[in-house]
Design a protein. Structure first.
Length: 206
């Protein structure tokens, strides 16, 4: 605290003459330079506290845990990042399922004002998942009954895509078999024709 008091006194004593005597007053360049050097000195004195930014050393020195506030306003220990992401993902999918059910029931919305406000605010913050990720997650958990409401345009299901590829392979394979059979038939016909012509030539010589 004493160091910060010294810096404050330095700033006041160094800036005061220029503010009072110079015509541009507080907009003098010396005022800006003095404040800049004061900020640099404060930053340098904060260097020893950099050690508290290191992950393992912070826990060893402080013996504390990160805290946050729940919905009721109580200060509780903060959940791990993985658990927060999992809960957010589950809540997001539940909201999507409820939205799909409202569409099937004719658009009747029975949510409270708080729930509508929360959804509106989350929408203003931006989508948590893109359309393809949303469709994939819902299809995996709830099936086509819910996921078809969120299916992006132009997206082909993997099953349909695999079926299309399989059909293409079967068609191309069938074409190759037919072409090969036609070639074999042509070769057999050519051989038979050559045999007949050879027999006719032999009879002519006799």
């Amino acid at each position: 605290m004493g160091f910060f008091t010294l810096i404050a006194l330095f700033v006041v004593m160094h800036v005061r003459p220029h503010v009072l005597r110079e015509p541009d007053g507080i907009h003098n360049w010396r005022v800006d330079a003095t404040l800049y050097f004061a900020k640099m000195m404060i930053g340098l004195t904060s260097l020893p506290f950099l050690v508290f930014k290191l992950p393992l050393i912070t826990d060893a020195l402080t013996h504390t845990r990160k805290t946050g506030y729940d919905r009721s306003g109580a200060c509780v220990a903060m959940l791990p990042a993985g658990e927060r992401k999992r809960r957010f993902k589950e809540a997001f999918m539940e909201a999507c399922k409820a939205q799909a059910e409202r569409k099937e029931e004719g658009g009747k919305d029975t949510r409270t004002c708080t729930e509508k406000t929360t959804e509106c605010w989350n929408g203003c913050l931006g989508p948590a998942f893109n359309k393809k990720q949303t469709y994939t997650m819902l299809d995996k958990k709830y099936g086509k009954k819910v996921s078809h409401h969120f299916k992006p345009k132009g997206l082909v299901d993997r099953g349909a895509k695999d079926a299309g590829v399989l059909e293409k392979v079967v068609v191309e394979g069938g074409k190759k078999v037919v072409e090969k059979a036609a070639e074999e038939t042509k070769k057999t016909a050519d051989t038979a024709t050559n045999g007949v012509n050879g027999a006719k030539a032999g009879k002519a010589l006799l």
